[in-house]
Design a protein. Sequence first.
Length: 161
Amino acid sequence: MTKKEKSAAAARFNMVDLVIVVVIITLLAAGVYKLFFVNRDLQAQEQKVEYRVLLENVRKPTVDAFQDGQKVREYQTNIELGSVVGKESAPYTQPVPTLDGKVVNAPVPEKYNLTVIIDSPAVVSDSNVTINGKEIKTGDKITIKTNTASSTGVVMEVSVK
């Protein structure tokens, strides 16, 4: 085989090359479609939500640390989950047996149940509420933090505004 024949054989376009080119073009088209068309549907579903997180058995400094207007983030991933719009605190109670055999809920000194009310934009669908990629559902355990405090609690209520 001469040098000219070798270069002609190497430059020949075959069926495998055609398949590779078609796959690359298909992947590029799918990426453009997802980038420019699919995300528009998600933006249309974005709504404001308000959710409440119950933080049990916290001390007074934690109650005082959560203030209106503070940004709330998820502890491990640092995802922003919204802003504090309110809080409600109540004395923390614990079941205690009495001398006559009854069990009563007695307040624990210097311990509180704190409900933090958080407002945030979210993507709302029939099956879930997602805030910046974090799914929020009633009953989920969540660790939240602000610039001054962090605590683990339970999502008690999620309402769409």
